[in-house]
Ligand binder design. Structure first.
Ligand SMILES: NC(=O)C1=CN([C@@H]2O[C@H](COP(=O)(O)OP(=O)(O)OC[C@H]3O[C@@H](n4cnc5c(N)ncnc54)[C@H](O)[C@@H]3O)[C@@H](O)[C@H]2O)C=CC1
Ligand SMILES: O=C([O-])CC(=O)C(=O)O
Length: 318
C-alpha cells in the first residue's frame, strides 16, 4: 500500500496537486484532508478518475488521525497565501501554528512518513516540523523536506525562454531557501552563458517569481497551479526513489544540512533513496562571483528565519 496524504487538499494548491497525484499510478491511496468541508466533495470528484489510487476525504480535527494513519508521504500545502505587499514571513503568524498542529499529528500517527512541506514561510515551517518531531522523539532529518521545486521549474522556464531551448531539458539548480534573497539560482551550472545584464535580470525574476504571480492575481492568492505541478514532481521523485527503487533520483530541496556552516537548514541537490535524503550534495564548487555574493546575502536572512521557527516551537511548548 502506498498512501499519500495531502493536508490542505481543498485549497488553491491542494486541489490541482491532488488531481496530479491521482494521476500517479504509484499511489494506491490518496487521503485528502482539510478543515474546509468541501474536501469530501473534492475526494468524491477525484475518485471517478480511473487510476489505481483510492481517494478518501477527511474533514476537521476529528478525522486527521484516519487521514494520516499508514501514510507513506504527507504533503502539506495547508495555510494562508500572500496578498500583494506581503512577504512570506508575514504568513508566519498564522501558518506556523497550522504547520505545528499538522506536524504534531503526523509525528503521532505516521512518524515514519516523508513530510513534504509547501506551506510558507518554508524557511521557517521546515524547522517547526523538525522541532515537533524532535520533541516527540521521532525525528529523522532524512524524512523532512521543504518543497522548493517551484524555484527550479521557474528557473528552467525563464532560462529556456531566454536561450530558446527546450525548458524540459533545461536544468538550473536553485539552492538556499524559499524567499526573496534566500533563493540562489546557480546559473553557472545551467550549461549556458549569460551577459551580466541577463544574469541580473534572471536572478531577480527567479527570486521574485512568486511576487509576479501574487501581483497578477491581485489579492486572490499566490501561485497554485505551477506549485501543484512542482509539488507533484517532488512527490513523484520521492515515490520513484522509495517505492520504485530507482537510483540517481535527485531534487533540490530544503533539508537539515551541513552545506553552510551556521545554518541548520539549506537547500542543495539532494539524492533521494528508500529512506529519504540519502546524500546531501554540498554547494557547487565553482560558484561565480555573482553567486558568491548571493550566498552571502542569503545567510543572515535564512539564519533568522530558521531561528524564528525553532523559537516558535520552544515558546509554545514551554
Ligand atoms: N513552497 C512553495 O513553493 C509555495 C508555497 N505556497 C504556500 O502554500 C500555502 C497554501 O497556498 P494556497 O493553496 O494558495 O492557499 P489556499 O488558501 O487556497 O488553501 C489553503 C488550504 O489550507 C486549508 N487549511 C487551513 N488550515 C488548515 C489546517 N489546520 N489543516 C488543514 N487544512 C487547513 C484551508 O482550508 C485551505 O483549503 C500558502 O502558505 C502559500 O504561501 C504557495 C506557492 C508556492
Ligand atoms: O510567492 C508566494 O507567496 C508563494 C510562493 O512561495 C511562490 O510562488 O514561490
Amino acid at each position: 500500500m502506498v498512501k499519500v496524504a495531502v493536508l490542505g487538499a481543498a485549497g488553491g494548491i491542494g486541489q490541482p496537486l491532488s488531481l496530479l497525484l491521482k494521476g500517479n499510478t504509484a499511489v494506491t491511496e490518496l487521503a485528502l484532508y482539510d478543515v474546509a468541508p468541501i474536501v469530501v466533495g473534492v475526494a468524491a470528484d477525484l475518485s471517478h478518475i480511473n487510476t489505481p489510487a483510492k481517494v478518501t476525504g477527511y474533514k476537521g480535527d476529528d478525522e486527521l488521525e484516519r487521514a494520516l494513519t499508514g501514510a507513506h508521504i504527507v504533503v502539506i500545502p495547508a495555510g494562508i497565501p500572500r496578498k500583494p505587499g506581503m512577504t512570506r514571513d508575514d504568513l508566519f503568524k498564522i501558518n506556523a501554528g497550522i504547520v505545528k498542529t499538522l506536524a504534531t499529528a503526523a509525528a503521532k500517527y505516521c512518524p515514519k512518513a516523508f513530510l513534504a512541506i509547501i506551506s510558507n514561510p518554508v524557511n521557517s515551517t521546515v524547522p517547526i516540523a523538525a522541532e515537533v518531531f524532535k520533541a516527540a522523539g521521532v525525528h529523522d532529518p532524512k524524512r523532512i523536506f521543504g518543497v522548493t521545486t517551484l524555484d527550479i521549474t521557474r528557473a528552467n522556464t525563464f532560462v529556456g525562454e531566454l536561450k530558446k531551448t527546450d525548458p524540459t531539458a533545461t536544468s538550473v539548480p536553485v539552492i538556499g531557501g524559499h524567499s526573496g534573497v534566500t533563493i540562489i539560482p546557480i546559473l553557472s551550472a545551467s550549461g549556458h552563458t549569460f551577459t551580466d545584464a541577463e544574469r541580473e535580470a534572471l536572478t531577480q525574476r527567479i527570486q521574485y517569481g512568486g511576487d509576479e504571480v501574487v501581483k497578477a492575481k491581485d489579492g486572490a492568492g499566490s501561485a497554485t497551479l505551477s506549485m501543484a505541478y512542482a509539488g507533484a514532481r517532488f512527490v513523484a521523485s520521492l515515490l520513484d526513489a522509495s517505492v520504485g527503487k530507482k537510483t540517481g533520483v535527485k531534487e533540490c530541496t530544503y533539508v537539515q544540512s551541513t552545506a553552510v556552516e551556521g545554518l541548520e537548514y539549506f537547500s542543495t541537490v539532494v539524492e533521494l533513496g528508500p529512506d529519504g535524503a540519502s546524500k546531501i550534495h554540498p554547494i557547487p564548487a565553482n560558484l561565480d562571483a555573482h553567486e558568491q555574493k548571493l550566498l552571502q546575502a542569503a545567510i543572515p536572512e535564512l539564519k533568522a528565519n530558521i531561528q524564528k521557527g525553532v523559537d516558535f516551537v520552544k515558546a509554545v511548548s514551554s
